[in-house]
Ligand binder design. Structure first.
Ligand SMILES: NC(=O)c1ccc[n+]([C@@H]2O[C@H](COP(=O)([O-])OP(=O)(O)OC[C@H]3O[C@@H](n4cnc5c(N)ncnc54)[C@H](O)[C@@H]3O)[C@@H](O)[C@H]2O)c1
Length: 208
C-alpha cells in the first residue's frame, strides 16, 4: 500500500509510534517487540503490526523491531525527514501561542513567519519570528518555502485566508477556526475545534 493511501486511523497512530520509539531510544533500548510498542502506545499489538506492515516494515521473529530503523521509517512515512516550514496566519492569542511553542521545532516544524492585518501587530516579532502583513502572503510563502500553515484568524476571515493560502501554494493547513470551510482542490485541512472537543467531554463529565 502506498503511504499516500494510508487509512486515516493508521496515519493518526504514526506520530504516537514516533514518540514511543524516541522514548525507547532515549532509554537506550535498541530493539522492541510489537507488544512493547503497543503497550507504550496504548494500542493492541496486532494493530501495531498491521499499521507497520502497511509501511512495509516487519519485525524479526523473536527479536522485534530495530528501534532506530523503525523510527526513521515511520518518520519518512510521515514526511518528517524534511524540516517543514510553517506560516501562522493570524497573530492573535492562539497564533502567537503556536509560534512560541518550542515543541514544534523539536518535532521538525519551523515557524518561519506569521501574518496578520492588524497594524498593531504587523512588523512585531514573536519569539524572533516577524509578523508580516497578510497582503504579502504570496511573497512570504514564496520566499520562505513554507508548505504548511496554521490558521488562527476569526471565523469571518477563515475562508478568504484559506483560499489565499491555496493560491500561494500552501498544501496543508491546520485550522483552529470553528465552522465549515470549503477546502480548495489539492489542499489537506485538519480542523482542531477545541470547544467541540470540550462539548464531547462534557457528555462524559455530567451524569444524565
Ligand atoms: N484563543 C483560544 O483559546 C481559541 C481556542 C480555540 C479556537 N480558537 C479560534 O482560533 C481563532 C483565533 O483565536 P484567537 O483567540 O487567537 O483570536 P484573536 O482575535 O486573538 O486573533 C485573531 C487574529 O487574526 C487576525 N486577523 C483577522 N483577519 C485576518 C486576515 N484576513 N488575515 C490575517 N489575520 C487576520 C486579527 O488581527 C488577530 O490578530 C478564532 O477563530 C477562534 O475562534 C481560539
Amino acid at each position: 500500500m502506498s503511504e499516500r493511501s494510508l487509512p486515516p486511523p493508521t496515519l493518526e497512530r504514526l506520530p504516537v509510534y514516533v514518540r514511543v520509539l524516541d522514548d525507547l531510544a532515549r532509554h537506550g533500548e535498541t530493539t522492541a517487540s510489537s507488544s512493547r510498542v503497543a503497550e507504550l502506545a496504548g494500542v493492541a499489538p496486532a494493530q501495531v503490526r498491521k499499521d507497520l506492515s502497511r509501511l512495509g516494515t516487519y519485525g524479526t521473529r523473536g527479536v522485534g523491531y530495530d528501534v532506530a530503523d523503525l523510527a526513521a521509517h515511520v518518520r519518512r512515512a510521515l514526511r518528517l525527514s524534511d524540516a517543514h516550514r510553517v506560516i501562522v496566519v493570524g497573530a492573535g492569542h492562539l497564533g502567537q501561542a503556536v509560534a512560541r511553542y518550542g515543541g514544534l521545532r523539536a518535532r521538525g516544524f519551523e515557524v518561519v513567519a506569521l501574518t496578520d492585518v492588524d497594524p498593531a501587530v504587523v512588523g512585531r516579532s514573536v519569539d524572533g519570528v516577524l509578523v508580516r502583513h497578510e497582503d504579502d502572503l504570496a511573497e512570504v510563502v514564496a520566499s520562505t518555502g513554507a508548505t504548511l500553515a496554521v490558521l488562527a484568524v476569526p471565523p469571518g476571515a477563515a475562508q478568504g485566508t484559506l483560499d489565499a493560502l491555496a493560491a500561494a501554494g500552501v498544501v496543508s493547513v491546520l485550522s483552529f477556526v470553528p465552522g465549515r470551510l470549503t477546502v480548495p482542490d489539492g489542499m489537506a485541512v485538519r480542523v482542531v475545534d477545541v470547544a467541540a472537543e470540550l462539548q464531547i467531554l462534557s457528555f462524559y463529565a455530567s451524569s444524565p
